[in-house]
Design a protein around this ligand. Structure first.
Ligand code: MN
Length: 193
């Protein structure tokens, strides 16, 4: 199996301020995302060791762990890409993605409300996701309640590590502010691919 690498952020650690602080982004990327990559690679090593006859494998537990770790890695990889500094000029939806959103949800405002409510109401840790089929999925942890559904266009991390140092318990404020740093150019690109 192919191993994973921690990707570099496509901007500086302070680029998403004031909506996401340098401290949060640094810890989030360098510690939390890195931990998922390392966990996935360790489990892949275990699988390989078992194939080489060195160890027994608890198949269920390894695959459960792998689903969590790879889910975490992939979602974070997308999350970094679909954000951009508020000054980048990329933060307004346009073109085909806006058309598709309007068609499915009736208006961009309605979409924003549904997606925000999805993020705010995640029980515990998880994500709000928009797919290329214009479905909104509410994922717990990195992999629970997720179903295979085309490509992920947009995702929002509402684990406490994503906002607690900046917003304390006010997840709603984080979600509201996060719209200022969405990279709609990238979302449009993912939609068109
Ligand atoms: Mn996270």
């Amino acid at each position: 199996m192919e191993k994973f690498n921690l990707p570099k952020l496509p901007y500086d650690y302070n680029a998403l301020e004031p909506y996401m602080s340098e401290e949060v982004l640094t810890l989030h990327h360098d510690k939390h995302h890195a931990a998922y990559v390392n966990a996935a690679n360790t489990l892949i090593d275990k699988i390989q060791d078992a194939r080489n006859g060195n160890t027994e494998l608890d198949q269920k537990s390894v695959l459960k762990g792998l689903s969590f770790a790879i889910g975490g890695h992939i979602l974070h990889e997308i999350f970094w890409k679909i954000m951009a500094p508020a000054s980048s000029g990329k933060n307004k939806p346009a073109g085909k993605i806006l058309e598709a959103i309007n068609k499915e949800f009736g208006s961009f405002e309605r979409f924003k409300t549904e997606f925000s409510e999805t993020a705010k109401s995640v029980e515990g840790s998880g994500w709000a996701i928009l797919t290329g089929a214009m479905s909104i999925i509410q994922v717990e942890k990195h992999n629970v309640n997720f179903y295979p559904e085309r490509k992920i266009l947009l995702c929002l991390d509402v684990w406490e590590h994503a906002y607690y140092l900046d917003y304390k318990n006010d997840r709603a404020k984080f979600v509201e502010n996060w719209w200022n740093i969405v990279n709609w150019e990238e979302v449009e690109k993912r939609f068109s691919e």
